[in-house]
Design a binder for this molecule. Structure first.
Ligand SMILES: [Zn+2]
Length: 335
């Protein structure tokens, strides 16, 4: 069987922990003794549980209680019991739905107990998935197949030779960046609205993709990507954020460079209240090109490098001549 720590047991089964009042707490437990109810009455009530004190939505009347327990109950004792059970803090504990653990352990017979515990523990371990890819799947409202998950993981490890370029891919996939909704969860104080001021809830997928201040930027990036490859690419966050391309796309390397430069720009503008500019993206892309050219020179793979960056270089050059701005540095040493 799976070994559990004391704190884990406390979380999964409140009956074993501080909280005494649950639907299954027996009436003769310690707190009733504190109410100064006659020992005789408690002894008779003792075999019943807290939830037995209610009849549907209402607390049982004195007569009903006497009929069920088959013993006379003093008026004052009935009032003490009622006011205790019906006060706001206790009623939420007693009237809540019992957890699976409570239901399992309350059974008097041991038959099938181990099987039930085993099933419940299995559920527990299934529920607490901390895989970032599972969370992305939930955010993007879709399911990834085992093959797709493998592709995402592979992409994270192998998308570039240069560490600085790989870093952004890893940070994005592993959900590294803080968001208002996460901060709100952690501190219970902050508002969970988008920092860019669009008024929507600032989740991770919102910041990376669906925020209205980021969407025009991604549309523009998609235009560039399609111009470079001269191929149709579906407008899908999984492609840019996780590197999950449709099967028919062949030149993934070039696309990935475009998207990672875009990720850098979005991350840099995480809290600014404007749409990132294409100029920033081109600068970043140029910087990546410089980094990779050094890598290629060091590893004697210059030819491969020129093949990879050829199309992108054309787009960047044409963009520069169009805007007539000196966006890039170190051009001459590279080409
Ligand atoms: Zn927003």
């Amino acid at each position: 069987m799976i070994a559990l720590t004391k704190s884990q047991l406390g979380v999964i089964n409140p009956l074993w922990h501080k909280s005494i009042h649950s639907p299954y707490t027996k009436i003769n437990s310690k707190w009733v003794n504190d109410l100064n109810i006659k020992k005789e009455t408690i002894r008779k009530l003792g075999k019943h549980r807290m939830s037995d004190l209610w009849e549907g939505k209402d607390f049982k009347t004195k007569q009903e209680l006497e009929r069920v327990t088959k013993c006379k109950i003093n008026n004052l004792e009935y009032i003490k019991l009622t006011s205790f059970c019906k006060n706001k803090t206790n009623v939420t504990k007693i009237r809540r739905v019992a957890t699976n653990w409570e239901t399992i352990f309350i059974k008097t017979s041991d038959k099938g107990l181990i099987t039930q515990i085993y099933k419940e523990l299995n559920q527990l371990y299934k529920k607490s998935s901390h895989s970032p890819i599972d969370k992305w799947a939930k955010d993007m409202n879709r399911q990834f197949s085992a093959k797709e998950i493998k592709t995402i993981n592979k992409h994270m490890k192998k998308c570039s030779t240069s560490l600085i370029i790989r870093e952004m891919q890893i940070k994005t996939t592993l959900r590294y960046h803080l968001t208002p909704s996460r901060l709100a969860n952690m501190t219970a104080m902050e508002s969970n609205e988008c920092w860019r001021g669009c008024g929507k809830v600032g989740t991770l997928i919102h910041f990376w993709w669906s925020c209205e201040l980021i969407q025009p930027f991604w549309r523009a990036i998609w235009n560039y990507a399609q111009r470079v490859i001269k191929d149709c690419l579906p407008f899908d966050p999984a492609i840019a954020l996780l590197g999950l391309y449709p099967k028919e796309i062949i030149r993934k390397k070039t696309h990935t460079r475009i998207f990672i430069a875009a990720l850098f720009v979005v991350a840099k503008n995480w809290k600014t209240r404007r749409c990132p500019s294409i100029g920033e993206w081109l600068n970043k892309l140029w910087y990546m090109l410089v980094m990779e050219s050094y890598c290629a020179k060091r590893n004697n793979k210059v030819e491969e490098f020129h093949g990879d960056w050829n199309n992108l270089q054309e787009v960047m050059q044409s963009e520069r001549s169009r805007t007539r701005k000196t966006l890039y540095t170190e051009t001459d040493t590279l080409w």
